[in-house]
Design a protein around this ligand. Structure first.
Ligand code: CIR
Length: 253
């Protein structure tokens, strides 16, 4: 069960943030509306939302997931791999100090984005990506193993972040797309496989009694409902335009 969530309103500078997509320029008013619906959906899931105000100096800072990795007992402040995003950790660290006594840190030359980290019970999967380097992955692995968790490092071939293509639902069940469908690291899980055309919906989040999914992916919704999950659908178009998904917009703990 998650009790808390940290989220952060996007600023107008979001329009100048990082992206690799060719989906067009985000419409700011629509983005704010989608973010507002995201917060309301989380509240429906029964969590208390710490809602941080916008920071114009950090265009991508609404993607709070990248600044930390959280467990019930400790937090890890990351070292985000994009220069323009690195300073985001200052506010997130200050916020997390209100919840955590024990905080670990990823240090340079190690870089790590929270979007590359997936937790499945006592096992963490750490992606090596454009943002998370081997040194950062090894630092996190050591922290996690010292704290009694298992950790597996997964060099990515296709996806932007690890969680761009995979989600853990609990109950030993993974939602998988693309390079993770047949990846041996996930052989022992029951899988909900997402087809190529629905890949964006692999980034979904289980929050207590619900799975939040992006709107417009009927096959994904059907598969989740048939597996017994209640879904909430959210329009994510303006977030997707800047390479973001449902998991990126919050820290859940
Ligand atoms: C970035 O390039 O950093 C942002 N535009 C998107 C970050 C998405 N975060 C995530 O997948 N965890």
């Amino acid at each position: 069960m998650f009790k808390n969530v940290i989220a952060k309103t996007p600023g107008k500078s979001y329009l100048n943030g990082l992206t690799t997509s060719d989906l067009g320029k985000p419409v700011f008013e629509k983005l704010l509306e989608q973010h507002d619906h995201y917060i309301k959906a989380l509240e429906q899931c029964g969590v208390a939302v710490t809602h941080l105000p916008a920071s114009e100096e950090f265009p991508d800072s609404t993607f709070v997931e990248d600044a930390a990795v959280l467990t019930p007992d400790f937090a890890v402040i990351t070292n985000p791999g994009a220069d323009s995003r690195n300073g985001e950790i200052i506010e997130i660290e200050a916020t997390l100090k209100e919840f955590y006594k024990k905080i670990h840190y990823i240090k340079s030359p190690g870089t790590l984005d929270g979007g590359d980290i997936l937790q499945a019970e006592d096992h963490f999967y750490i992606g090596i990506s454009e943002r998370t380097n081997e040194e950062g992955a090894l630092q996190l692995k050591e922290i996690l193993e010292t704290e009694g968790f298992k950790a597996t490092i997964i060099p990515l071939k296709q996806f932007f972040h690890l969680k761009t293509g995979i989600a853990y639902l609990g109950d030993n069940r993974m939602v998988v797309a693309g390079e993770f469908v047949d990846h041996p690291a996930f052989d022992s899980y029951d899988k909900i496989v997402i087809g190529k055309e629905d890949e964006y919906s692999a980034n979904c989040i289980r929050v207590n009694d619900y799975v939040i999914i992006p709107k417009g992916y009927e096959e994904t919704k059907r598969k989740l409902n048939e597996a017994g999950y209640e879904t909430i659908e959210l329009d994510m178009s303006e977030v997707q335009k800047h390479d973001g998904g449902l998991s990126c917009l919050s820290l859940r703990f």
